[in-house]
Design a protein around this ligand. Structure first.
Ligand code: ADP
Length: 493
């Protein structure tokens, strides 16, 4: 019996999972990871802790099943995207804390760039909206603030990596400096069309080519983990950014197939095949995980606040005992009684990109009860997802047939039914909701021959439950019009 080991390095935890030949997860271990906030809006992590926490989870999952040498066919890596690490090429020591994707320290620099004549070319070449979210401005910050860093980078003494690259470097004891194309597409330095570092972008951000990793396909033998880490050598055969990995894990491998992850925020991705999308509706064009050198694309929309609004009801308003309790509370109300909740706690993401919007509760009367607010919070997540889906359909010209879902809040049956109703499309929840880790396992398994073909991956995917739309069209559109009105109010602030 041989297994695949998936390393899923997220923002709040590092997870490791073992899969068998049927693509079934047989064991999972995780370890928490902390973020530091040394200044308002700053988010950092200890890069060494990212590596040691991930290694610890991997060792524990192997121990939990008493896995022996030769029983792991390959490793797949999936990771929090955009997070930026710079280290010394000879010692492997990070020269600064990892700057996490959420960190806003470069917001001002990005606003200046967005207002400059170079902005159009950046967006055209990368498919990205200019924002502090992506890696380029974070690398620039490190090179500007660590003494001698720019000169050392130019001399080839420093290495840059997103978290996949950092884990790969450490697993191979510094033998391999590479990243997969899906992670590279989030740096704002890769030309989306060519799949290579773009000389004009490198010069715009003044980032030396010498510090950048080699870009490889997502399903590809990148190197071999040294025996000192897991007790035996294992080839590393798959890498993808978390959202692209989830798209793969959901078997969304053909144009039009889409998934939405309901976590802290929401990330919706639609596969567009070999067709490079251009968003006219403020979504991002990105690389999907690739099996070989031929490019695969996706269109992506992100919502900053989804499940986090449920946490706010629980921890700040003390309105609910647990996130899971919202399902029964929402179902105990026949509607929201005209209440809408736009959870713009940190502004609005796609398709608005409005950092100044703030969370707004509208339509409240003396008859409003806690259950209406709870229901309006869940509905607010679903309305935001409809906005993303409409923008994706308009950009791709592909109508969405169904939406595959995952993430913590996808467990909420009320939310899923309301999502189907407000979209007017089926919502399909897969049997294994850990689609991020599964995607990396698939990518590794395909490269090492553990899985014979993409068709086998598609055949492995199975639904737990499908939520069919039941709401009459007139009611759906009336409710949605009310939502649009509430969004306008939240943006008027
Ligand atoms: P992340 O990966 O972003 O940390 P998860 O996918 O683990 O997020 O999902 C956790 C989020 O989902 C939390 O914000 C939590 O409030 C929300 N959540 C979890 N279970 C439920 C539920 N049954 N109903 C609604 N929201 C839920």
């Amino acid at each position: 019996m041989r297994f695949l080991l998936s390393l899923d390095e997220g923002t709040t935890s590092a997870r490791a999972a073992l899969y068998n030949e049927q693509g079934r997860r047989i064991a999972t271990e995780s370890a928490p990871l902390v973020c530091a906030h040394p200044n308002p809006g700053w988010v950092e992590q200890d890069a060494q802790a990212i590596w040691t926490t991930q290694l610890d989870a991997a060792r524990r999952v192997l121990a939990s099943k008493n896995i022996r040498p030769g029983e792991v066919a390959a490793i797949g890596i999936t990771n929090q995207r955009e997070t930026t690490i710079v280290w010394d090429a000879s010692t492997g020591e990070p020269i600064a804390p990892a700057i996490v994707w959420q960190c806003r320290r470069t917001a001002e620099a990005c606003a200046l760039l967005a207002a400059s004549p170079a902005a159009d070319a950046v967006t055209r070449k990368t498919g990205l909206v200019i924002d502090a979210y992506f890696s380029a401005s974070k690398i620039r910050w490190i090179l500007d603030h660590v003494p001698d860093a720019q000169a050392r980078a130019r001399d080839g003494a420093l290495r840059f990596g997103t978290v996949d690259t950092w884990l790969l470097w450490n697993l191979t004891n510094g033998a391999v400096h590479a990243t997969d194309v899906s992670n590279a597409s989030r740096t704002m330095l890769m030309n989306l069309e060519s799949g290579d570092w773009d000389p004009e972008l490198l010069s715009l951000f003044d980032i030396p080519r010498a510090m950048l990793p080699r870009i490889i396909p997502s399903s590809y033998t990148a190197g071999v983990a040294d025996a000192s880490h897991l007790g035996f050598e294992v080839p590393i055969c798959g890498i993808a950014g978390d959202q692209q990995s989830a798209l793969f894990g959901q078997a969304c491998l053909r144009p039009g197939l889409s998934k939405n992850t309901y976590g802290t925020g929401c990330f919706a991705l639609m596969h567009t095949g070999s067709h490079q999308p251009v968003s006219r509706h403020k979504l991002l064009a990105t690389r999907a995980a690739s099996l070989d050198a031929s490019p695969q694309f996706a269109i992506e929309g992100s919502i900053f606040t989804a499940g986090a609004a449920i946490q706010w009801l629980r921890d700040k308003l003390i309105l609910i005992p647990s996130a899971a309790a919202t399902e029964a509370i929402a179902e105990s109300a026949s509607g929201t009684d005209g209440v809408y909740f736009v959870p713009a706690f940190v502004g609005l993401g796609a398709p608005y990109w409005d950092p100044n919007a703030r969370a707004t509760l509208t339509g409240v009367t003396l008859a409003t009860e806690a259950k209406h607010v709870v229901r309006a919070t869940l509905e607010g997540i679903a309305y935001q997802v409809r906005e993303l889906v409409e923008a994706m359909e308009a950009d791709s010209g592909e109508p969405l047939r169904e939406l595959r879902v995952d993430g913590g809040a996808a467990a909420n049956n009320f939310l899923m039914q309301f999502q189907a109703d407000i979209l007017g499309k089926p919502i399909v929840r897969p049997a294994d909701a850990e689609t991020t880790a599964l995607g990396a396992a698939y990518l590794a398994g395909l490269a090492c021959g553990y899985f014979p073909s993409v068709e086998a991956v598609e055949a492995n995917w199975s639904a737990d439950r499908t939520f069919e739309p039941r709401m009459p069209t007139s009611q759906r559109e009336d409710l949605y019009a009310g939502w649009k009105h509430a969004v306008a109010q939240c943006r008027a602030k």
